[in-house]
Write a protein that binds this ligand. Structure first.
Ligand code: UN1
Length: 514
């Protein structure tokens, strides 16, 4: 992100912040550009380089909107989510195309990203009429006991660029339906997608101040949101390093925090697997979204008996994958998000080589012809990787797949679990007993059998163990836990004082009176 003085641009529209229902410029007087990663000559737009004062104004607006929004019955709030889901469905193609242009993923995947936003909107709209609590018997006669979910307050939503619609929706939909108001800070690589999304939310009827948008850097806007005493819950998806910093800042204020962080996801291929199917699953998981998913497969752990055959098939298919603009229907793999990402990916290939891995295909940026103006990197397969090599341990977030050869299932499990992350994992086998063992043994928040590591559905909990997060889950009804407090309510209709744990015991007398 390079800051520019803010002024009208002949080249591209300038977009504003949404604060308390008004579209307003940043007080900073600065702007930043968003460009197409497939062709940097294409300027998508100019966006406000927000600062801490902008964040503070948005937080105040969210706070002001809170009482009315909390007082709105949850089913009514849900109806606005339904309208949003329906509008997003109507505008799916437009939003998907904007996403491909701004973020680079191929159009069918961009449509999938928008669809995930629609799905969570409808799922959470329904929560407006569920949001189950417990109604349980009291241990005392003539007494009622129940628990209800209550909103926490202002939610700070800090999102990455790799799912520019789905992830903000995963976070904002449960936050809003449960009665929180939102300050949304999207990644600086995808501010246009965020602006479109918020405009559609506005059109759906979210009242002024319930959703506020502030664009700008993590250092200025993100830190201001996380550090604010008036933000009650923060949800962040991004790197483990940034997540740890946020956890420290939020911890100082005992703030509710949901973190969705790195992954080093593995696909295990056993000797009895359907290899054609495994190859399809591996390529889709490793090179889909150019490897830029938290759930992407970056390791294949394969039994010796099928290692050479599998590698041969993978390399042949990977070599034939076409790089290009995601808007071109013949493209298999789009660009990386920016040049910094490309340099990081290239450096990991070198690290792999220096550790003794062999580059079986890819390994270099691609700058020929039409690709000269984008950040393209060839789908890369490294062989001869050992489980403790850096390329098998660290998140690369690009189209680099490490192949690890193992002797048997036990060695495969040790390799799957031998990283600091634990998001997604998969096994290809025809042996039902070993499939069930994998479901038990793989220490990840998501396990797939005979499918790749990507493609989670929005009505199941999404998240991981170890340094992938801090124990929260997104999506599914589990997402409600991030954005609500439990309130336990007791109603005594006996008309007399009843002491729990005392008056209902056989020796009901107070020990002090015995
Ligand atoms: C992410 O990469 O952070 O399961 C989210 C999947 C998608 C979501 C990925 N449904 O790959």
């Amino acid at each position: 992100m390079t800051d520019l003085p803010l002024g009208p641009s002949a080249e591209a529209p300038t977009h504003l912040h949404l604060v308390g229902g008004d579209w307003v410029p940043s007080g900073s007087g600065r702007a930043f550009e968003s460009r197409n990663p497939a062709d940097r000559r294409d300027l998508v737009g100019l966006f406000q380089a927000g600062d801490a004062a902008d964040a503070a104004r948005a937080i105040a607006a969210a706070g002001e909107a809170l009482p009315a929004w909390q007082a709105t019955p949850a089913p009514r709030r849900g109806e606005i989510l339904y309208r949003f889901g329906a509008l997003l469905a109507e505008r799916k193609e437009e939003v998907a195309r904007a996403m491909t242009r701004e973020m680079g993923k191929v159009l069918p995947e961009a449509r999938g990203d928008v669809q995930e936003g629609i799905d969570i909107a409808f799922l959470m709209a329904g929560e407006g009429r569920r949001m189950f609590g417990d109604t349980v018997p009291s241990e005392l006669p003539d007494k009622w006991a129940m628990s209800v979910r209550v909103p926490i307050g202002v939610a700070g939503i800090v999102t990455p660029w790799n799912f520019p619609v789905a992830i903000p929706c995963w976070k904002m939909m449960p936050a809003l339906v449960t009665g929180n108001t939102v300050v949304f800070k999207p990644a600086t690589d995808t501010p246009y997608c965020a602006t479109l999304l918020v405009r559609i939310m506005e059109e759906a009827g979210f009242p002024p101040g319930t959703v506020n948008l502030v664009t700008g850097s993590g250092a200025e806007v993100g830190d201001a949101i996380v550090g604010s005493a008036d933000v009650d819950v923060v949800s962040f998806t991004g790197s483990t390093a940034v997540g740890k910093r946020i956890a420290e800042a939020a911890g100082r204020r005992l703030k509710r925090l949901s973190l969705e962080l790195g992954g080093k996801n593995a696909i295990v291929v056993l000797g009895d697997a359907d290899l054609e199917l495994a190859v399809d699953g591996i390529l889709w998981s490793a090179f889909g979204t150019t490897g830029q998913r938290c759930t992407a497969a970056s390791r294949v752990i394969v039994e010796r008996s099928v290692h050479d055959g599998l590698v041969g098939m993978l390399v042949e298919r990977a070599r034939s994958m076409r790089l290009g603009s995601g808007l071109d229907p013949t493209t298999d793999v789009g660009p990386l998000i920016n040049e910094t990402a490309l340099e990081k990916v290239a450096s990991y290939v070198e690290i792999g080589r220096s550790e003794g891995a062999e580059v079986a295909c890819g390994g270099t940026p691609v700058r020929d012809g039409d690709l000269a103006h984008g950040s393209f990197f060839a789908p890369t397969i490294l062989t001869g990787v050992r489980p403790m090599h850096r390329v098998a341990q660290e998140e690369i977030f690009g189209p680099v797949l490490s192949v690890i050869e193992v002797e048997d299932y036990e060695e495969a499990v040790a390799a799957v679990n031998g990283t600091r992350y634990g998001l997604s994992s998969s096994i290809f086998t025809r042996d039902v007993n070993r499939a069930f063992r994998a479901m038990r043994d793989f220490r990840t928040g998501i396990v797939y059998v005979n499918a790749g590591t990507i493609g989670a559905e929005t009505h199941l909990p999404f998240g991981g163990v170890k340094e992938t997060g801090n124990g929260h889950r997104e999506a599914g009804h589990a997402a409600l836990d991030t954005y609500t407090e439990w309130k336990a309510v007791y109603v005594d209709f006996s008309g007399r004082l009843q002491r729990a744990q005392i008056d209902n015991q056989p020796d009901g007398a107070d020990p002090g009176q015995r």
